[in-house]
Ligand binder design. Structure first.
Ligand SMILES: NC(=O)c1ccc[n+]([C@@H]2O[C@H](COP(=O)([O-])OP(=O)(O)OC[C@H]3O[C@@H](n4cnc5c(N)ncnc54)[C@H](O)[C@@H]3O)[C@@H](O)[C@H]2O)c1
Length: 491
């Protein structure tokens, strides 16, 4: 049975949470008194369905069921996680918790999306304060992994551990904030940057567009991968952080920042900023800007996955979990039925796999087949540990036939057969499908090598035994159509 999340308040943030849970296989129940809530959530979901599956190199589970309810009581009944994302008003939030706690399970977790309130403020007067904590997300919730998890002493270690598990389970990164403070950690930075930007525009130093360029052409990219302190550590050169502090510390006393003041918030300032923003980006709709944002975020996080760093490392860990949950074989002993082709890739087509024709580009067919061969290698025992001992496979020959096209977000599966495995040579046959539709075939000859001599070398006994088991079990399958075909050969 699917796990159940209740979403109380389905605006920008609640809609993002709904998408995050649904696309990770949870059933989602929503309560929002706004008659437009269903339409608004379906728009957020449409964006999430296009972008989020491409973050993973493994298929997401089947979507959960989304339902809308008329009362908080119906919504929270039996829910394991309850996410409150109502407007940022303390009196309203406290009223909502009283209603939630009157009807929810005692061990359910109630997370608040609040950007500013401390968890102790949210727990005040609650029936069971230990059930409530801040779980502060970032927009778009379906793509950005950070959750600031802010508990108090009223929350048990067990509750905090369970909250972290759920957050990780839906592909996010729980940052345990050790001491509560207004606006937690990240929004305090954003507030500081925001104040400084308002001054710069008000004083005519820069336009809204110039400020955005100053961020996105430079330090914004740096921050996204390494953050603040590691970036400055590197900037300190070989002498590191101490040198950096000595060099730039005195600047703190210079009249650089206006962080302690706030520019007078009047109509003039609002018109100035809003007018410049219209000039900068008024030619695009918000939905168009969301798509640009989402495509950029997915592409950047995918680049970080290749480095296994920062947000990319979090995504890679989630991929491993998704593959395990989907029951994909990682070892020969895990193969449910070795007489059938083995599923070696199951994933969605991500944004960076498309070309100017709007479909998956040809090099990514090889990418998917190479991933399939890597997975097969792992299954037969040629994993990272084995490779570290000096044995591996090199690809000697590849033949790909492109049979049908596939598009952004399409779910593809590669099924692999071992056609021959003898001595030092392995002959693989991959078929790529979208549902029942054959998209491509890939035929690979791989040679087992010694990484020391870089020359062919016999399989290890374990690899030989696993390959023999699979090729023997699959020997009853009919010869694949097209195997051994050469380029240009008439059909
Ligand atoms: N917008 C952001 O970037 C952002 C980021 C992180 C956290 N947050 C926090 O998330 C929360 C929600 O912000 P938002 O931007 O989604 O606001 P929003 O105005 O887009 O959404 C709030 C939703 O709550 C609904 N609502 C009002 N009263 C309700 C009630 N009694 N019960 C259930 N639903 C009710 C409204 O109809 C609306 O759909 C706030 O606490 C905010 O601080 C916002």
């Amino acid at each position: 049975m699917a796990r159940v999340a209740a979403i109380i308040g389905g605006g920008v943030i609640g809609g993002g949470w709904a998408a995050r849970f649904l696309l990770n296989g949870w059933d989602v129940r929503v309560f929002d008194p706004d008659p437009e809530a269903e339409r608004k959530i379906s728009e957020v979901l449409a964006n999430a369905r296009v972008s989020m599956p491409g973050l993973s190199d493994t298929a997401l589970p089947a979507e959960g069921a989304l339902t809308f309810h008329d009362t908080i009581a119906q919504t929270v009944e039996g829910a394991e996680w309850i996410q409150e994302s109502v407007p940022e008003r303390l009196d309203m939030k406290l009223k909502v918790y009283a209603e939630i706690q009157a009807h929810c399970a005692e061990d359910a977790i109630i997370g608040s999306s609040t950007s500013g309130f401390k968890p102790s403020e949210l727990q005040e007067g609650a029936t069971r304060p230990g059930q409530i904590a801040v779980t502060h997300p970032f927009n778009p919730v379906y793509l950005l992994p950070l959750i600031e998890l802010v508990p108090t002493d009223a929350n048990s270690a067990d509750m905090i551990a369970r909250a972290k598990d759920v957050i990780s389970d839906i592909g996010m990164f729980p940052l345990h904030v050790r001491k509560e403070i207004d606006a937690h950690i990240a929004d305090r930075f954003l507030e500081a940057v925001w104040r400084e930007a308002l001054w710069l525009v008000k004083d005519g130093v820069a336009t809204t567009e110039e400020i955005d360029e100053a961020i996105r052409m430079g330090f914004g990219i740096r921050w996204a991968q390494m953050g603040l302190f590691d970036t400055y550590r590197v900037a300190g050169g070989e002498a590191g952080m101490k040198h950096f502090m000595a060099q730039f510390g005195p600047a703190l006393k210079w009249p650089w920042t206006k962080l302690m003041d706030v520019p007078e918030f009047n109509d003039e300032l609002v018109d100035l900023i809003a007018g410049q923003s219209d000039e900068q980006s008024g030619h695009m709709t918000i939905r168009e800007m969301e798509r640009i944002r989402d495509n950029n975020l997915v592409s950047m996080m995918r680049a970080l996955k290749a480095q296994n760093f920062g947000a990319g490392a979090v995504m890679n860990r989630h991929d491993v979990k998704l593959a395990l949950d989907a029951g994909m074989a990682r070892r020969a002993a895990d193969i449910a039925d070795p007489s059938k082709p083995i599923v070696t890739v199951s994933r969605a087509v991500p944004i960076d796999w498309l070309d100017y024709n709007g479909h998956m580009t040809e090099s990514r067919y090889l990418h998917a087949f190479a991933d399939a061969s890597d997975r097969l290698m792992e299954i037969i025992g040629c994993d990272q540990d084995y490779i570290a001992t000096g044995g591996s496979f090199f690809t000697a020959e590849t033949h790909i036939r492109h049979i049908d096209e596939t598009h952004l977000g399409s779910r593809i599966e590669v099924r692999t057969r071992v056609l021959m495995a003898e001595g030092k040579k392995m002959h693989l046959w991959h078929e790529m499908y979208a549902g029942d539709k054959l998209l491509a075939t890939g035929e690979h000859i791989l040679i087992h090598v010694s990484l020391e001599t870089r020359r062919p070398a016999p399989f290890s006994p374990e690899i030989a035994a696993n390959l023999a088991m699979i090729s023997e079990a699959q020997s009853g399958l009919p010869a694949p159509e097209g195997a051994g075909r050469y380029v240009g050969q008439p059909r």
